[in-house]
Design a protein around this ligand. Structure first.
Ligand SMILES: [Fe+2]
Length: 197
């Protein structure tokens, strides 16, 4: 006779008892229904909060953002109808991006592991070829926290080795024109696909 399983055993210590269960499929469904109802800033804010909930789920993190997840960019969802994307950025090496925008799209960055330091910038010139940027806000996104960058917003990111985050973008950024800025010279350049995120 084998040992009988005790159904009254203590709960799995790795299981979170506080975060309400939530998974990627539910998040996708919430993004779809929210954006259909309100594609503007208020709808995006609801998505930001839902992304924070998703990033607190051990099962989601284990499946898509763990130490075993291969490094690189993983497309978790590409919405054929509404155009938004959900991307897991599994970074191996530290990186500091130049200030950049997301073109006519918005973007939400949610931290899965380690951290990302964010700086938000604003242009103080009249929109000529040589940009002048002023720092307006800087903060750190820690695991479970998400930040939102509305259409045309300029930010830069700085993260250490093995930082992992999930990004939701209003559209596939590879298909739109985006700008990045050289802080020293003010020179603007077009971004190549998925560069600087
Ligand atoms: Fe970005």
């Amino acid at each position: 006779m084998g040992v009988r399983r005790n159904d009254n055993a203590s709960p799995d210590p790795n299981r979170s008892e506080t975060a309400m269960p939530y998974d990627l499929d539910e998040f996708i469904a919430d993004c779809r229904s929210t954006l259909k109802q309100d594609p503007g800033p208020a709808g995006r804010e609801k998505i930001r909060l839902r992304l924070e909930q998703l990033l607190k789920q051990p099962a989601f993190l284990a499946a898509h953002c763990s130490d075993e997840t291969p490094a690189g960019l993983h497309v978790l969802h590409d919405d054929k109808e509404l155009g938004f994307q959900i991307l897991a950025h599994i970074n191996e090496k530290a990186r500091m991006s130049p200030p950049h925008d997301h073109g006519a799209s918005w973007a939400i960055y949610g931290q899965a592991a380690s951290y990302t330091d964010m700086i938000e910038w604003e242009r103080t010139d009249n929109g000529g070829d040589k940009a002048e940027l002023k720092k307006i806000k800087s903060y750190r996104l820690n695991p479970g926290q998400a930040g939102i960058y509305q259409d045309g917003a300029i930010h830069s990111i700085d993260y250490p080795d093995k930082s992992r985050f999930v990004r939701v973008t209003g559209t596939n950024l590879d298909k739109i024109t985006r700008s990045m800025f050289d802080l020293k010279t003010g020179k603007m350049a077009q971004m190549t696909p998925q560069r600087a995120t």
